[in-house]
Design a binder for this molecule. Structure first.
Ligand code: ZN
Length: 174
């Protein structure tokens, strides 16, 4: 049991709340709907940075011993496949969002302050992507013991994270 274990479900819940709020604001921004209240913008920014500390720490723990190439595969091994796929998609969207933002703003002078429709559009894209990725990390850490215990060869040996064959007896993974 690690110190972070009892906090995983609260962290996961906060991440999903942030994701849903961020997604709602981002969809409204696409539709040129009403801007969110300024206080909510600060809360979502604050929440993102507050969660970034434990999620960075936990992802380092989960990645222990893994090479950089397989980093996300190893870190998110406790997350369900749909959630892992969603994080990949969100990463692609994040790159696109910058291009779309550059095109939308172009040479126009951005509105005053950070509450312009353009900046809310970009902020909310950031919330969607980062809250989702934090949710995936917390979910993975939460379900990790279960997932790791299930990863055994047909002879019952515990398998390393990325093995397709058992290093001890050569049997394929179940
Ligand atoms: Zn084996």
């Amino acid at each position: 049991m690690r110190w972070s274990d009892p906090l995983l479900v609260p962290f996961l819940t906060v991440s999903w709340v942030g994701f849903v709020l961020g997604l709602t604001i981002h969809l409204l921004a696409w539709l040129r709907g009403p801007l969110p209240p300024e206080a909510l913008v600060w809360v979502l920014h604050g929440g993102l940075f507050a969660l970034a500390i434990p999620s960075t720490f936990i992802s380092h723990q989960l990645a222990r011993g893994a090479g950089f190439r397989n980093y996300s595969k190893v870190v998110l091994r406790g997350s369900p496949p749909w959630l892992r796929r969603l994080t990949v998609l969100s990463g692609v969207y994040w790159v696109l969002a910058f291009v779309i933002f550059a095109v939308r703003v172009g040479d126009r002078k951005p509105g005053p302050g950070f509450m312009s429709p353009e900046s809310i559009w970009l902020f909310s894209a950031l919330w969607v992507v980062f809250y989702l990725n934090e949710a995936a990390i917390f979910h993975s850490a939460w379900k990790l013991a279960e997932v790791d215990a299930a990863r055994r060869c047909s002879n019952g040996h515990q398998l390393p994270t990325e093995a397709n064959y058992c290093p001890e007896c050569g049997a394929p993974t179940r």
